[in-house]
Every structure is written in structure tokens, then in C-alpha cells.
Design a protein. Structure first.
Length: 253
């Protein structure tokens, strides 16, 4: 029997919370373990497309054409330079999908309908920040959600608003999955000690995860090594890959 594809969306309503960083390195971690993985860039800023070095040409199909059914979904999928790792790219034209999704029947479920039969073990979606039609369809496509949030006061507010948006989508029946993990991002450690701001944020995250039966993963620490690895297109050293190793066990079970 074929294994059902696991569709995972990385989401946070505010920008700068680590969504693309999480999607990028989790994709690498899954692929490195031999798991056939597809990145979907659900943000018109298309940073995952850039990080993932998508080989598509400007006139070739992207997520926009997949959403609008202009092409078969597989026609918007491209092999990356990494073994077992593929990408459905985007560009700024993806913003045009907002009107299409708003007018579509159950627009929140459009992306799920388009991608659910693609031949991958894991599909990782990097969502747009903000409460938009595009963000909603990325959330509602997922079996599981990962929520990275900065380890500071902005992250606390972002987490609360993100969980509220997910509750709204759940109550109306559009989202039928679950929040699988919260991932502290830019956890700041000076020397051997965590800063007071990060400590306060992590304490709050621990409370939220216990109350809602959500996993709290190891932090993504504040380190230039993440940017260096993205720029070089390389895997993370083992000490920084710990969070993503944990996440592979959360998303691929």
C-alpha cells in the first residue's frame, strides 16, 4: 500500500518569524534522509524559490498556474540540485491568486485539491504572512502545521494571532489538520546564557504548547551560520541541525 503524502505548512502571520528558514532546512533534512520531498513556495516574495535555487525559467509554470488550474500540478514541479528534493516555485505574480481564491468555491481548499495526489512523501509549504486568501489556502492544504515564532515580544503576539486565525479556519470546517509544533526562532544566547527576552518568550511558548498539546521543538538559535548555509546551499552542521532532525520525526511518522 502506498504511503499517504504528508502535507506540512509552515506558517506565522507576521513576517520575519523564520518560516522560510524552517521550510528550507527541514526540506534539506528530510531529503538527506532519503524522503522524497516537495517544497511549495506559497509567498509572492518567493524567498524559498531563491533559497532553493529553482531551475525554472521565467515563462514556465509556477504555483500560480497550479492554483488556477492552467496546468497540471506536476507541470509546475522542478528538480532541485539536492537529491530527493523538488520545488514548486513562485514569483511576485502569485499575488494575482488572491482574487481567484476569493471567488473560487471553498477557496481555502483549492491548494489541497490541486496537490493531494502529487507523488511525494512529504510536501512542505512556505506560506505568506498575514491573513490573506493565499495564506488561508496554504494553511488549509495541510495535515500538520509548524509555527516558527521569534523568541521575543513580537513573537508572542504573532503566536497568539496565528493560533486565533487557525481556530477560525477550524471552526468553519476549512482546516481539518492540526498544529504539530511551535519552533522558537532567533533564540538569543550570549556566552552560555539565554537572554532575558528569549527566556521569557520560551516560558510562554512552553505554557501554550502544554495547554494545547502541541510539541515545542528545540530552538533555532540566532546564528549567522544559517544565512551562510543558505548562501552556500549546504547542509547545516550537526549542532544546528538538531531542531530539523526533531521536526523530521514530527512531520514524517
Amino acid at each position: 500500500m502506498n504511503r499517504k503524502v504528508q502535507i506540512i505548512t509552515v506558517t506565522s502571520l507576521s513576517g520575519g518569524q523564520g518560516k522560510t528558514t524552517t521550510a528550507f532546512f527541514l526540506g534539506l533534512s528530510l531529503a538527506k534522509r532519503g524522503i522524497k520531498t516537495l517544497w511549495i513556495d506559497g509567498d509572492p516574495q518567493h524567498n524559498l524559490t531563491l533559497y532553493g535555487r529553482s531551475p525554472h525559467k521565467d515563462d514556465e509554470p509556477t504555483l500560480l498556474e497550479c492554483l488556477t488550474a492552467s496546468v497540471k500540478p506536476i507541470e509546475a514541479v522542478y528538480k532541485t540540485q539536492w537529491e530527493n528534493l523538488y520545488i514548486m516555485p513562485s514569483d511576485r505574480a502569485l499575488e494575482q491568486s488572491q482574487t481567484f481564491l476569493a471567488n473560487a468555491s471553498m477557496g481555502e481548499r483549492v491548494l489541497h485539491r490541486r496537490i493531494k495526489d502529487l507523488p511525494f512523501e512529504v510536501i512542505l509549504i512556505d506560506s505568506q504572512p498575514g491573513r490573506s486568501q493565499l495564506c488561508s489556502t496554504c494553511i488549509c492544504a495541510a495535515d500538520k502545521l509548524l509555527i516558527p515564532v521569534e523568541s521575543n515580544s513580537k513573537g508572542l503576539v504573532c503566536l497568539q494571532s496565528t493560533l486565533e486565525a487557525i481556530d477560525d479556519l477550524t471552526e468553519c470546517g476549512a482546516f481539518t489538520g492540526k498544529v504539530a509544533a511551535i519552533i522558537p526562532f532567533r533564540d538569543t544566547i550570549r556566552g552560555i546564557n539565554r537572554t532575558k527576552i528569549s527566556s521569557k518568550a520560551l516560558s510562554y511558548f512552553e505554557t501554550v504548547t502544554k495547554e494545547n498539546d502541541i510539541k515545542l521543538t528545540a530552538s533555532i538559535v540566532d546564528s549567522e551560520k544559517f544565512k551562510q548555509a543558505i548562501d552556500a546551499g549546504t547542509y547545516l552542521p550537526d549542532d544546528l541541525d538538531r531542531t530539523f532532525t526533531q521536526l523530521t520525526e514530527v512531520v514524517y511518522v
